[in-house]
Design a protein around this ligand. Sequence first.
Ligand code: ADP
Ligand code: UDP
Length: 236
Amino acid sequence: MVKYKRILLKLSGESLMGEKQYGIDEVRLGEYAQQIKEIHELGVQIGIVIGGGNIFRGLSGASKGFDRVKGDQMGMLATVINSLALSSALGAIGVRSKVLTAVRMEPIGEFYSKWKAIDTLEAGEVGIFSAGTGNPYFTTDTGSSLRGIEIEADVMLKGTRVDGIYTADPEKDKSATKFKEITYDEIYTRGLKVMDLTATTMCKENNLPIVVFDMDTVGNLKKVIEGEDIGTYVHN
Ligand SMILES: Nc1ncnc2c1ncn2[C@@H]1O[C@H](COP(=O)(O)OP(=O)(O)O)[C@@H](O)[C@H]1O
Ligand SMILES: O=c1ccn([C@@H]2O[C@H](COP(=O)(O)OP(=O)(O)O)[C@@H](O)[C@H]2O)c(=O)[nH]1
């Protein structure tokens, strides 16, 4: 029994590095593809946004003298590279997917529109929405909330390397404790940084719930879809 029929799954580009210091770890990519196949077989409609931090981020580029807008464009292209890799990995295990791009770049991907995205999901294909919002000064967290709202997803699943939202960054503060659930407002009032505020605000204003969970533990994605109580549930 699935709890969510249509999801927006946000995957961290950084997590795609797996054991590597840069780029794409084929083992991690294969694990992601296998988990996506598992829930696809449950009949879940799946929209995916994958980041690009394993390749390039505009903000870090700016600190090295890159023009911020050009740096962000490089970052958006990084998300397209990751999207093509994921689409290829899914194809290799028999799952059809379509890469839609927020910036026109046929034949690499089809230019994104809400209706093309929904048609893709309705056709039983996995939709991979690349290049984020298509605009600089955003991250794929915001790209994910935007696409999740557009496709009228039941939930946005933020699959990352931490297993939920904590009272502080668990990678820095070992005394931090995990929330089983939290409101969007509490994320603001406590100044929690797991997702950028633009993305949190969009989800709040459009009532799109979020589950932050550890995607790097194989099997967790299916557990979230089946309603098991893992990660942190964010709601109004
Ligand atoms: N309060 C918090 N709770 C959980 N994670 C947090 C918090 N504050 C900061 N973080 C950090 O946010 C990151 C969330 O990962 P994520 O945003 O997916 O990385 P990426 O930027 O690659 O997408 C984690 O690496 C974690 O260390
Ligand atoms: O709508 C968007 C989405 C992404 N980016 C750029 O692409 C980079 C990679 O995305 P992100 O940092 O979200 O990847 P992740 O954190 O998931 O690795 C960002 O840092 C931005 O530079 C952008 O400019 N606009």
